[in-house]
Design a protein around this ligand. Structure first.
Ligand code: C2E
Ligand code: MG
Ligand code: MG
Ligand code: MG
Length: 285
C-alpha cells in the first residue's frame, strides 16, 4: 500500500503532523475557553473501608466534554493544562468545587483532590487551599490531597515545606499511584504521608502474580511501620478485594464498588448509607 518513495512518505507524514499540531493548538484554545467558562466538571468515586464496607471518602476526578470531540481523558487535558500554563487556574476551580460539594456530605465522609506537581511551583498552593477551605466552610480534616511520586520537580525542600504547611492545616496528604514512579521510598524518610494509594497495576495482578502480592505485602508492612494506611485503587473483582483485604489494605476503591459518579448520585448514596447502615465507627478514611 505504501509507496516506496521517501519523498512521498515524508510529505504524507509532514501533512499529518501539521494537521495534528493544528488540532492540538485548537484543543488548547478550547481548553482555555472551557477553563475560563468553568466548564470542567467533577465526578466522585467512593472509597470504602475494608472492615465495614462503608463509604468513608470520595475522590474528585475532573471531566471535560469537548464540544466536537466528546469526552477527553483527564490525564490528557490535565497534561495539556500543565503545558499551556493554566493548571493553577484549573486546579483552583476544581479544588473550590470539591470543597463546596463535600460541605454537603455527612461529616464523616472526606473528599480527596488530586494535585499536579506543577502546583508546588508558584509558592501559592498553601494560600489557595486555605482560601478554598475558608470559602466553603469545609473542615480541613475532611480534605485529602493526593500527590504523585513525580511530586518533586523543582526544589525538594520547598515542596516538602508546602506539604508540611498543608498538613499543619489539618489536611491529610496521600501518595497516589504508589510504586510506579521514582525515588518513592526516600520520600517516606522526608515526609510522613497519611495514606499510600497502591497503583492499580499491582491490584490488577494481585490474583495472578506472586511478585505483585509480594510488593503489596511489602508496602502494607512499610505502611504499618510508618503509620500509613494502604489504599487499593482499581479494584474490579471480588477475588481482588478478598486478596487485598487479607493482605491488610484498609480502604478500597474501584469499579467493583462504584464508578465515578455525578455529585447528586453520590449524595443519594451517602444519604441512604446514613439511614440504612448503622454507623460503626466515627473515623473517616
Ligand atoms: P488517579 O488519581 O490515579 O485516579 C484513579 C483513576 O482510576 C481514575 O481515572 C478512575 O476513574 C480510575 N479507576 C477507578 N477505579 C477503577 C477500576 O476499577 N478500573 C479501572 N480500569 N480504572 C479505575 P480517571 O478519572 O480517568 O483519571 C485518570 C487520572 O487523571 C487520575 O488518576 C489523575 O492522575 C488524573 N486526574 C483526574 N482528575 C484530576 C484532577 O482534578 N487534577 C489532577 N491534577 N489530576 C487529575
Ligand atoms: Mg488520585
Ligand atoms: Mg491513583
Ligand atoms: Mg492514576
Amino acid at each position: 500500500r505504501a509507496k516506496h518513495n521517501g519523498r512521498a512518505c515524508a510529505c504524507f507524514f509532514n501533512a499529518e503532523m501539521d494537521s495534528s499540531a493544528r488540532d492540538r493548538r485548537q484543543i488548547e484554545r478550547d481548553l482555555r475557553e472551557a477553563v475560563a467558562a468553568g466548564d470542567i466538571g467533577l465526578v466522585y468515586q467512593p472509597l470504602v473501608a475494608a472492615q465495614t464496607g462503608r463509604i468513608t471518602s470520595a475522590e474528585a476526578l475532573a471531566r471535560w466534554t469537548h464540544p466536537v470531540k466528546g469526552p477527553i481523558r483527564p490525564d490528557v487535558f490535565i497534561a495539556l493544562a500543565e503545558e499551556c500554563g493554566i493548571i493553577d487556574q484549573l486546579a483552583e476551580q476544581l479544588l473550590r468545587q470539591a470543597c463546596v460539594d463535600a460541605r454537603n456530605w455527612p461529616a464523616d465522609v472526606r473528599v480527596a483532590v488530586n494535585l499536579s506537581p506543577l502546583q508546588f511551583v508558584s509558592g501559592k498552593l498553601v494560600e489557595t487551599v486555605g482560601a478554598a477551605l475558608a470559602a466553603s466552610g469545609l473542615c480541613p480534616s475532611r480534605l485529602q490531597l493526593e500527590v504523585t511520586e513525580g511530586l518533586v520537580i523543582r526544589d525538594v525542600e520547598r515542596t516538602f515545606d508546602q506539604l508540611e504547611a498543608l498538613r499543619s492545616l489539618g489536611i491529610q496528604i496521600l501518595i497516589d499511584d504508589f510504586g510506579v514512579g521514582y525515588s518513592s521510598l526516600s520520600y517516606f524518610q522526608r515526609f510522613p504521608f497519611d495514606k499510600v494509594k497502591l497503583d492499580r497495576s499491582f491490584v490488577e495482578q494481585v490474583t495472578q502474580s506472586q511478585a505483585a502480592r509480594a510488593i503489596i505485602q511489602a508496602v502494607v508492612g512499610l505502611g504499618a511501620q510508618l503509620g500509613m494506611a494502604v489504599v487499593a485503587e482499581g479494584v474490579e473483582t471480588h477475588e481482588q478485594m478478598e486478596a487485598l483485604v487479607a493482605m491488610g489494605c484498609t480502604h478500597l476503591q474501584g469499579y467493583l464498588f462504584s464508578r465515578p459518579l455525578p455529585v447528586t448520585t453520590l449524595c443519594a448514596m451517602l444519604e441512604s448509607q446514613r439511614s440504612v447502615v448503622p454507623r460503626q465507627d466515627s473515623q473517616a478514611a
